[in-house]
Design a binder for this molecule. Structure first.
Ligand SMILES: C=CC1=C(C)c2cc3[nH]c(cc4nc(cc5[nH]c(cc1n2)c(C)c5CCC(=O)O)C(CCC(=O)O)=C4C)c(C)c3C=C
Ligand code: FE2
Length: 427
């Protein structure tokens, strides 16, 4: 069993506030402080007071190890910002794809440590900078980069069919979807999460740039606020104003049981990996905002302020789906949580790691925003099982539209420098 990745106050080559006396204090800061800052834990935050400058430096210098059993960005406590991008591979030979994966793996290791991917300021006037430079001196900011392979990568183009996990396919069409083909699928994806949006953006931009003749960006979503919680994190709110992530997969027992792929995959490169489902879900916010509090709470099965199940009083009370109030179920059977709770789905659980997003206004001036739903599970069937129920019965459907979708096989973590994702495909 693998413990969740511990945050470390990594010393990067690009030191936040380098040269500042402030860093001296931050450099000696206990890991617990950095961990608490990373996790967003409020009450359990540092026992010793720290200055704002120290807090910012600890947050900026937070780095997660790149090499390990699992990729980062899965059991990592969700950072504040997301850039999710799906790519199509335009390379025409297996060797070119191999080059992309090798280059990306090395660059991902560098950027998660806070290093640039080349010279920002090369020595010669005629040279083009290796790194685009916008994350210089910002620190790693808790950056994690998670790479996934779409089912389409295993088609006839690169001879990868023998490596395709059994039954790995695009998600089946499901009720309640209005998918836009331009926001669907992708041969590869990168989930970049960081405590600073520019650091996450820089990472995806530079990966796309270094492979620009071999991959093409297909769709991308910028998440501006986490809408899920990991272990020891306070629960944030989604754009509907409800706490989101209360009953998430958080402990190692559940991670092993529901998230990490085991030998059953039949593909050694996936053992220790996971499957990522990405759903861009548009919210009809103006309509939602006109709904009564009673209806909103009944739709989710939870209170809006505390986030308590309607059968209890506190956020972390276990929902009682048999409790009644005046002869009626306290939590409506067609409420969101009743439909997807593991108690009502043969024990099925998924790790949710979503983010709020906004794309500004739509063509008629309405808020164009919603939830970039991201979930990790050891088999995409777990997501499909829950989404089938939501698609057909969730009262929330009146206020949301699934517009984007993708499923990606996320390989296990890399053991050490020199290894790269997909190496097994080219042996
Ligand atoms: C198919 C999986 C899920 C989709 C799609 C989904 C969309 C979605 N969810 C919210 C808001 C909330 N979801 C909450 C709980 C919750 N949601 C799912 C799954 C999907 N949600 C699960 C498995 C659970 C846990 C249920 C349980 O065990 O009790 C909650 C309640 C708080 C919490 O536990 O996180 C909220 C709020 C939105 C807005 C949304 C689409 C836009
Ligand atoms: Fe949900």
């Amino acid at each position: 069993m693998t413990e969740p990745t511990e945050p470390t106050a990594g010393v990067s080559r690009r030191k936040f506030f380098s040269g500042s006396a402030a860093l001296a204090g931050a450099g000696g800061m206990a890991l617990g402080v950095a961990g608490a800052l990373a996790s967003g834990a409020a009450a359990s935050a540092p026992t010793e007071p720290v200055s704002d400058v120290e807090r910012m430096a600890a947050r900026a210098n937070l780095s997660y190890p790149f090499y390990g059993e699992h990729q980062g960005g899965i059991d990592t406590p969700p950072q504040d910002h997301l850039v999710f991008t799906a790519f199509d591979v335009t390379a025409t030979s297996p060797t070119e794809l191999q080059l992309v994966l090798a280059k990306w793996s090395a660059a991902m290791a560098e950027m998660t440590s806070g290093a640039p991917v080349g010279k920002v300021e090369p020595g010669r006037e005629q040279a083009i900078p290796g790194d685009t430079g916008e994350a210089t001196d910002m620190g790693p900011q808790g950056l994690t980069l998670t790479l996934g392979f779409g089912p389409s990568l295993f088609d006839e183009r690169f001879g990868l069919a023998p490596f395709k996990p059994a039954d790995f396919a695009q998600l089946p069409a499901m009720a309640g979807e209005s998918l836009d083909p331009a926001l669907t699928g992708g041969d590869l994806c990168i989930q970049a999460c960081a405590n600073d949006p520019q650091v996450a953006y820089h990472a995806v931009r530079n990966l796309a740039r270094m492979a620009r003749t071999m991959v093409k960006t297909k769709w991308t979503v910028l998440g501006f606020g986490r809408a899920s919680a990991g272990a020891n994190q306070t629960t944030p709110r989604n754009l509907m104003g409800f706490k989101d992530g209360t009953r998430n997969v958080k402990d190692v027992v559940d991670l092993d049981a529901h998230v990490w792929v085991g030998e059953e995959a039949g593909q050694p490169w996936m053992v220790g990996g996971s499957y990522l489902v990405a759903r861009k879900i548009h919210m009809l916010i103006e309509t939602w905002d006109e709904d009564t509090i009673g209806d909103q709470q009944s739709i989710f099965g939870r209170t809006k302020g505390e986030g308590a199940p309607l059968s209890g009083t506190r956020e972390h009370d276990v929902p009682d789906f048999h409790a009644t109030v005046a002869g009626a179920p306290a939590i409506a059977p067609d409420s969101h949580i009743a439909l997807v709770a593991h108690e009502n789905n043969g024990g099925t659980k998924i790790l949710r790691r979503g983010y709020n997003f906004t794309d500004g206004l739509d063509a008629v001036g309405r808020l164009d925003a919603g939830l970039m739903f991201l979930s990790f599970q050891k088999n995409p069937i777990q997501f499909a099982t829950l989404q089938r129920k939501l698609g057909s019965s969730d009262r929330l459907n009146e206020y949301i539209r699934h517009v984007g979708s993708g499923v990606f096989a996320v390989p296990a973590g890399l053991p050490a420098a020199g290894s790269y994702y997909g190496k097994e495909f080219f042996a």
